[in-house]
Design a protein. Structure first.
Lengths: 102, 174, 629
C-alpha cells in the first residue's frame, strides 16, 4: 500500500461524512456546507492522483482548481436561493421545503 | 491484517496528523449544536485539506483552497447563517429511520470505496512532478487549458449575476 | 299405410314454443290476451295430435321418422329428429289434451294472479318440452326434453316464489330429480360407448337389443337398464327418490294437475317403455323395476292414508299409481303400463282440478277444515266422485280395466307382487273414500262463514272436469280382456287371445269395493270430529310414523342434506380464507406499496437524496460484485 491509498482512503472518509451530513442535517446552510466538504474531498482525490497516479502530471491540479471555482460559484448561488426561500418561508428547516411533493 | 505498509517517513506522520485534523473537523461539524460552530469546524477542515495539498506538492492549489474555501465560502455561509434565523435549541422530532438508513448506506459506500482502493493495484510512478508548481500551472492554464479557463470565467460571471438577481429584494410598488 | 299428418308432427311442439316466445317477450303488454295465446297454441297442438292419432288408428300404420344431421364431430354424427309411432301418437294426444284442458282451467284459477302471463309462458314451455321429449327419435334429444321439463317443473313449483316453502320445494324437486337424471346421463354415455356406430336412436336400440343378442354383454346391458331406470325413478317419483312429489304441491293446482299427475311424471314410464328392449334383455333389471314399483305403490298408499292436505293425498296417490305402472313394466307388459298411464292421466288430472275447485272456493287445502261441500258444489262433487271411483278401480270405469291389466301381468310373473298390488288397491280405495267423504260429505268442519260463501266454480273451471270425467268413464274400453285393442295397436303384434283371467278381475274389483266400504265405515258413518282423529288406532306410534311419511324426509335430511350443507360451509370458509385471503393479500400488498411510495415522494429532498444513495450503493454492489458470480 502506498501513500496514494492513504490519501484516497482519507478522501473517501471525508466524502462519506459529507454525504451523511447532506442527507441528515436539518439546517439548509449546514447542508450546503456539507456539500462543500464533499467537493473538498474530491479535490483531495484529484491532487493525490496528480502526484502519485499512473502518469503524474499537473492536470489533476488544474482540474481541482476548476473544481474549487465551480464550488465557490455553487455556494454563492446556493446561498442566494436559500435567502430567497427564507424570505418566502421564514424557515431554513429542510423538512419544510416540501413543495415538490405537493 | 494491517493493510498499510508503513514506511515511517516524515511525510507519513505529517499526513497522519493532518488527516486527524480533517476528520475531527468534519465529525465535529456534524455533531455540534450551534450552526456557527459547525461552519467554523468545517473551516478548520478546509485548512487541514490545504495542508494536505502542500504535502502533495500542490502549493498553488493549497493557497487557492485557503483563499477561496476558508476565506470566501465559509464567510459566505456565515453570512447566510446570520441572515437566516434558525432555531438551534428546538430539537424537533428526530427522523430515526432516515438517519439510520443514511448512516448504514454511507458506511456501505465507504466500504465499497475502501474495497476498491485496496484491490486496485497502483503502479509506482516513474516521473515526478515538476518542482516549480505555480509557474507550471500558470503556463498550462494559458496554453493547454485556456478554453476551460475562459469558460470558467464565464461561469463565474453567470453565477454572481444570478446570485445577485436572485437575492435582490423586490422593489416595493411605489 | 303412409300417414300424412305424421309428417307434420314436428309442428306440435312448436306451437307452444311460439306461445312461450311471444309471452316472454311481450308479457308486460299482454295482461289478458296472454292466456288466450297460450290456449290457442295448445289447441293447435291438440288438433294436430288428434289428427295424427286418428289417422293411425287401424292396423298397418308405418312408423314415420324425419330428421337431420345435427353435429358432426370427427367420425361421429349426432342427428336430431322426430319419430311418430303408435306409442308416440298416443302420448301426444294425452299430453296435448291435458295441457289444453289445464290451460283452459287456469283461465279461471289464475284469474286474479298478477303474473298470469308468466305462468302461461311457463306452461307453454313445458308443453313444448314434453311434446319434444315424446317425439324425440334418439336418446340425446329425449334427454334434452327431459331436462327442460325438469326446469319447467322447477319454475312452476316455485311460481309463488315469495313463499319460502315454494322455493324450498322447487329446489328439492330439482335436486332430487337431478340424482335420477345423472343415472340417465350415464346410461346414455354407456350406450354411446357400446352401441355399434355410436347410434342412440330408438330404432337402432331396438335392432341391437332385440335381435342381435350378445352384441353388448349382459352385465353392461343390466347396468344400462338400471341406470335408465334410475332416471325414471327420479322423474316418476319412485322410492327412494319420491320425496319431491308431495312437496311439489306447493305449486299452483293446475301445475300439479298437468305436470305432477298426468305428464311429466309419466315421462319415466315413457322412457322405460321406449327403451323396453334393453330391459327385456336383462332379467335383473326387469325384476328390479317390478319390485321397486310394487314397494313404492304400497309405501305411498299407506302414507296417503293419514295426510291432511288434500293435494298431498293426491300426490301420494300419484306416486302409488306410478308404482303400479312400474310393476306392469317389470312384469313384462309395457302395454299394460302405458294403458294405465293413459287412464291415470285423465282421472288424476280430473281429481287435481276438482281439488283445485275446492281450494279456490274455500281458500284452504286442509281436509280438516272442509266438509259438506257436496251440497254447494254439485258439478265438482259429481265429477270428483267419478274420479274417485275410477282410481279405486270400480268396474266399469277406466281405472278398473287398466289396473286389471297391470295386476294380470303381475299375477303371471310375480305372484307376491300381485298380492302387494291387491293390498295397495284396497288402501287406494280407502284413502280416496276418506278424501271424498272428508271434503264433500257431512257438515262443514272449518270456518262456517267461509263454508257458507263457498260456491261452485265458474264454467271455465268445471268444463274441463266434465270432459275428463267422461274420459275417466269411457277411456277404459279400449283395452279389456274381452277385446284388447290398445295393446295390439301399441306394440304392433297381435296379442294372443288370452283367457279372461276372471279370478284376477274379481280380486281387483273386490279390493276396490272393500276399500270404499271400509272408508265409508270409518269416516262416513258416525261423522267423527276432526277428520278421523278420534279413530286412534291401538298403535299410535304407527299412526305417527305414517303421518310423518315414515320420517323419510328427516332421514334424507340427516344422511345427505346436513353433511352436504356442512361441506358447503367448510368450502365457503376455505373460499373466504384462502381464496379471498389471497385476493385481500394482493390488494393489501399493492396498497402498502402505494403507501410506501407516497412516503417516499414526500417532497423532502433528503428523502430523495437517501433514495438516490441507496440506489447508487446497490448498483455499485451489483457491478462490483459481478466478479463473485
Amino acid at each position: 500500500m502506498s501513500m496514494l491509498a492513504s490519501y484516497l482512503t482519507l478522501a473517501a472518509v471525508l466524502f462519506c461524512i459529507g454525504l451523511y451530513g447532506v442527507l441528515t442535517k436539518r439546517n439548509a446552510v449546514v447542508v450546503l456546507l456539507c456539500i462543500e466538504l464533499m467537493l473538498g474531498a474530491v479535490n483531495l482525490n484529484l491532487i493525490a492522483f496528480a502526484k502519485y497516479g499512473v502518469v503524474p502530471s499537473l492536470a489533476g491540479q488544474i482540474f481541482s482548481l476548476f473544481a474549487i471555482t465551480v464550488a465557490a460559484a455553487e455556494a454563492a448561488v446556493g446561498i442566494a436561493v436559500l435567502i430567497v426561500l427564507y424570505r418566502s418561508r421564514a424557515t431554513v428547516n429542510v423538512d419544510d421545503y416540501d413543495r415538490l411533493g405537493r | 491484517m494491517f493493510p498499510f505498509n508503513l514506511n515511517p517517513t516524515g511525510e507519513f506522520f505529517a499526513f497522519f496528523a493532518l488527516a486527524v485534523c480533517a476528520i475531527t473537523g468534519a465529525v465535529m461539524a456534524l455533531s455540534l449544536a450551534k450552526v456557527v460552530h459547525t461552519a467554523l469546524s468545517l473551516a478548520f477542515t478546509f485548512v487541514s485539506l490545504a495542508g494536505l495539498f502542500i504535502l502533495l506538492g500542490a502549493e498553488f492549489v493549497a493557497f487557492v483552497q485557503v483563499l477561496i474555501y476558508v476565506g470566501a465560502v465559509t464567510i459566505l455561509m456565515i453570512f447566510g447563517i446570520m441572515m437566516t434565523k434558525h432555531r438551534d435549541e428546538e430539537r424537533e422530532r428526530g427522523r430515526p429511520l432516515l438517519e439510520t438508513l443514511a448512516a448504514v448506506f454511507c458506511l456501505c459506500l465507504f466500504g465499497i470505496l475502501f474495497f476498491a482502493i485496496r484491490s486496485a493495484g497502483f503502479p509506482v510512478p516513474e516521473t515526478a512532478l515538476p518542482a516549480d508548481n505555480t509557474t507550471e500551472i500558470g503556463t498550462l492554464l494559458f496554453t493547454k487549458y485556456a478554453v476551460p479557463f475562459e469558460l470558467v470565467s464565464v461561469l463565474l460571471t453567470a453565477a454572481f449575476i444570478g446570485a445577485v438577481a436572485l437575492a435582490k429584494r423586490e422593489e416595493e410598488p411605489a | 299405410m303412409r300417414t300424412v299428418f305424421s309428417q307434420y308432427a314436428w309442428l306440435a311442439p312448436l306451437f307452444p314454443l311460439a306461445a312461450f316466445v311471444v309471452l316472454t317477450t311481450l308479457s308486460r303488454n299482454l295482461k289478458r290476451t296472454g292466456a288466450f295465446i297460450a290456449i290457442v297454441a295448445s289447441l293447435a297442438s291438440l288438433a294436430l295430435s288428434l289428427l295424427i292419432a286418428f289417422e293411425r288408428i287401424g292396423t298397418g300404420a308405418e312408423d314415420y321418422s324425419g330428421g337431420f344431421a345435427w353435429l358432426t364431430i370427427g367420425s361421429v354424427t349426432l342427428s336430431a329428429g322426430f319419430e311418430v309411432t303408435n306409442l308416440t301418437a298416443l302420448m301426444l294426444v294425452i299430453v296435448s289434451l291435458v295441457a289444453f284442458l289445464v290451460n283452459l282451467y287456469s283461465l279461471g284459477y289464475m284469474r286474479d294472479d298478477e303474473r298470469k302471463s308468466v305462468f302461461y309462458a311457463y306452461l307453454s314451455l313445458f308443453a313444448c318440452s314434453m311434446l319434444g321429449l315424446v317425439l324425440a327419435d334418439n336418446l340425446l334429444l329425449l334427454y334434452i326434453g327431459w331436462e327442460l321439463v325438469g326446469v319447467c317443473s322447477f319454475l312452476l313449483i316455485g311460481f309463488w316464489f315469495h313463499k319460502p316453502e315454494a322455493r324450498a320445494a322447487a329446489k328439492k324437486a330439482f335436486i332430487v330429480t337431478r340424482v335420477g337424471d345423472l343415472g340417465l346421463l350415464i346410461a346414455i354415455l354407456l350406450l354411446f360407448r357400446y352401441m355399434p356406430g355410436h347410434a342412440l336412436d330408438f330404432v337402432s336400440l331396438h335392432n341391437v337389443f332385440d335381435s342381435q343378442a350378445g352384441v353388448i354383454s349382459t352385465s353392461i346391458t343390466t347396468a344400462i337398464a338400471l341406470l335408465l331406470f334410475l332416471g325414471a325413478v327420479g322423474k316418476s317419483g319412485q322410492f327412494p327418490l319420491h320425496v319431491w312429489l308431495p312437496d311439489a304441491m306447493e305449486g299452483p293446482t293446475p301445475v300439479s294437475a298437468l305436470i305432477h299427475a298426468a305428464t311429466m311424471v309419466a315421462a319415466g314410464v315413457f322412457l322405460v317403455a321406449r327403451t323396453y328392449d334393453i330391459f327385456e334383455a336383462s332379467a335383473v333389471a326387469l325384476d328390479t323395476v317390478a319390485y321397486i314399483g310394487a314397494f313404492t305403490a304400497l309405501l305411498a298408499a299407506t302414507a296417503a292414508l293419514k295426510q291432511n292436505d288434500i293435494k298431498r293425498v293426491l300426490a301420494y296417490s300419484t306416486v302409488s299409481q306410478l308404482g303400479y305402472m312400474m310393476l306392469a313394466l317389470g312384469s313384462g307388459s309395457w302395454t299394460a303400463a302405458v294403458f294405465h298411464l293413459f287412464t291415470h292421466a285423465f282421472f288424476k288430472a280430473l281429481l287435481f282440478l276438482g281439488a283445485g275447485n275446492v281450494i279456490h272456493a274455500l281458500h284452504t287445502q286442509d281436509l280438516r277444515q272442509m266438509g259438506g261441500l257436496g251440497r254447494r258444489m254439485k258439478t265438482t262433487a259429481w265429477t270428483f266422485g267419478a274420479g274417485v271411483l275410477a282410481l279405486s278401480g270400480v268396474p266399469p270405469l277406466a281405472g278398473f280395466w287398466s289396473k286389471d291389466a297391470v295386476l294380470a301381468a303381475a299375477f303371471e310373473r310375480h305372484p307376491l307382487l300381485f298380492a302387494v298390488g291387491i293390498v295397495t288397491a284396497c288402501f287406494t280405495a280407502l284413502y280416496m273414500a276418506r278424501l271424498f267423504i272428508l271434503a264433500f260429505w257431512g257438515r262443514p268442519r272449518g270456518d262456517a262463514a267461509l263454508a257458507a260463501r263457498a260456491k261452485e266454480a265458474p264454467a271455465v273451471m268445471t268444463a274441463p272436469l266434465l270432459v275428463l270425467a267422461a274420459l275417466s268413464v269411457a277411456a277404459g274400453f279400449v283395452q279389456t280382456p274381452f277385446g284388447s285393442w290398445l295393446g295390439a295397436w301399441l306394440s304392433g303384434e297381435a296379442i294372443p287371445e288370452q283367457a279372461e283371467n276372471v279370478p284376477v278381475m274379481a280380486a281387483s274389483a273386490a279390493a276396490g269395493l272393500l276399500g270404499l266400504y271400509l272408508g265409508w265405515l270409518l269416516y262416513g258413518k258416525g261423522a267423527p270430529k276432526g277428520g278421523g282423529a278420534g279413530q286412534t288406532r291401538p298403535w299410535p306410534w304407527l299412526v305417527r310414523l305414517v303421518e310423518r311419511e315414515y320420517y323419510l324426509n328427516e332421514a334424507y335430511g340427516y344422511l345427505f342434506v346436513k353433511p352436504l350443507q356442512g361441506l358447503g360451509r367448510a368450502l365457503r370458509l376455505f373460499d373466504d380464507a384462502v381464496v379471498g385471503g389471497a385476493g385481500r393479500l394482493a390488494a393489501g400488498a399493492v396498497q402498502a406499496l402505494g403507501r410506501l411510495n407516497s412516503r417516499l415522494l414526500s417532497g423532502q429532498l433528503q428523502t430523495y437524496g437517501l433514495a438516490a444513495v441507496i440506489a447508487a450503493v446497490v448498483l455499485m454492489l451489483a457491478i462490483a460484485g459481478r466478479r463473485f458470480w
